[in-house]
Design a protein around this ligand. Structure first.
Ligand code: HEC
Length: 143
């Protein structure tokens, strides 16, 4: 049921963004994107995490090429790190600082991450922050 309502919210958000004909009356019905509920942000972040290929290197709970999302979040919560700043290349790595590992992630930061908006990075961060709460429900994309 929750998933279903996420989906509705997503549809609404997508259709609002795509509607190019500004009909005066409906204009005030278009929600500010900043008003997305925390649940919708988590949902979108989860989707982006797959779509933007993060998931190929970061499993939720097991180490793959990169550390698991849970491991990353344990360190970030402990050290009060800033995921968005890291993904924008504005903060140093604090999870796996081995040079070869850092180089792999740095290539993403210098590459495709430049095409991801701040807003999208923020939803990815929100998703990562809440991955513990999701685990039983939807966070295992292998299923
Ligand atoms: C090609 C593999 C690969 C992809 C794709 C990838 N990562 Fe990483 N990532 C790594 C590796 C390896 C590390 C470990 C090095 C490090 O910690 O900087 C890492 C580390 C991280 C860290 C921890 C940084 C720190 O402070 O040490 C975060 C956060 C992160 N990745 C987020 C993401 C997100 C979000 C995406 C998708 C937009 C993504 N990664 C895509 C390989 C990848």
């Amino acid at each position: 049921m929750r998933l279903f309502s996420f989906f509705i919210v997503l549809l609404v958000v997508c259709s609002c963004n795509r509607s190019q004909k500004p009909i005066e009356k409906s204009e005030k019905a278009i929600p500010e994107r900043g008003e997305l509920s925390i649940d919708s942000q988590i949902f979108l972040g989860n989707r982006l995490f797959s779509e933007k290929t993060c998931i190929t290197c970061h499993d939720v709970s097991e180490k793959k090429i990169g550390p698991s999302v849970k491991e990353i979040m344990t360190v970030y919560k402990e050290k009060n790190g800033d995921i968005v700043a890291f993904l924008k290349g504005e903060a140093k790595p604090i999870v796996d600082t081995a040079a070869t590992q850092v180089a792999i992630m740095q290539a993403n930061i210098d590459g495709f991450l430049k095409n991801i908006s701040d807003e999208e990075l923020k939803t990815i961060e929100t998703y990562m922050l809440h991955v513990d709460n999701l685990n039983s429900a939807q966070a295992n994309p292998k299923d």
